[in-house]
Design a protein around this ligand. Structure first.
Ligand code: HEC
Length: 132
């Protein structure tokens, strides 16, 4: 019992340290545009739905209906040749079905513009990674 109490106390004491810096740094400017930064943003904010490898199988995907899917970003060509459109969808979100809970959220209030570009640069590396 003492051990459990000590554990809970240590978690409670450690929590404020996490709370001070909850995310890898989205919202903050000055990270520049890079695939490495995009990876961090993706794991932090996108993998929940899209899955760590971008296959659309993140934990949140279990809430989606059969006819609504989270797209597999690793499909060859899916994220190629439409940067402007994809940037808009990441900024503004996307909702092809009526149910609001089945939408791709908008990130323009959460992410700095550089981070939006970085995360696009990162997802464009996913098809090649999936082939390995
Ligand atoms: C709450 C779950 C969820 C999260 C979190 C999420 N997405 Fe999505 N994403 C979706 C869904 C659902 C769709 C398909 C929406 C549709 O077709 O109506 C989608 C679609 C997309 C598409 C395809 C858009 C197109 O035009 O084909 C891209 C690219 C994408 N998401 C990138 C991201 C990025 C980058 C992040 C993180 C910054 C992210 N998503 C976070 C659920 C999510």
């Amino acid at each position: 019992m003492k051990t459990i109490a000590a554990f809970i106390l240590s978690v409670a004491l450690a929590a404020p340290a996490f709370a001070a810096e909850p995310m890898a740094g989205p919202r903050k400017m000055g990270h520049g545009v890079s695939v490495a930064r995009g990876h961090d943003v993706f794991i932090e904010l996108c993998a929940l739905c899209h899955g760590v490898k971008g296959k659309g199988d993140g934990p949140r995907s279990t809430y989606f209906h059969k006819d609504q899917y989270i797209p597999d970003l690793t499909i060859e060509g899916f994220v190629e040749g439409r940067d402007a459109e994809l940037l808009t969808h990441i900024r503004e979100g996307l909702q092809r079905l009526d149910e609001p809970q089945l939408a791709m959220p908008q990130f323009k209030y959460i992410l700095a513009e550089d981070d939006i570009k970085s995360v696009l640069a990162y997802i464009k590396t996913l098809p090649a990674k999936a082939k390995k």
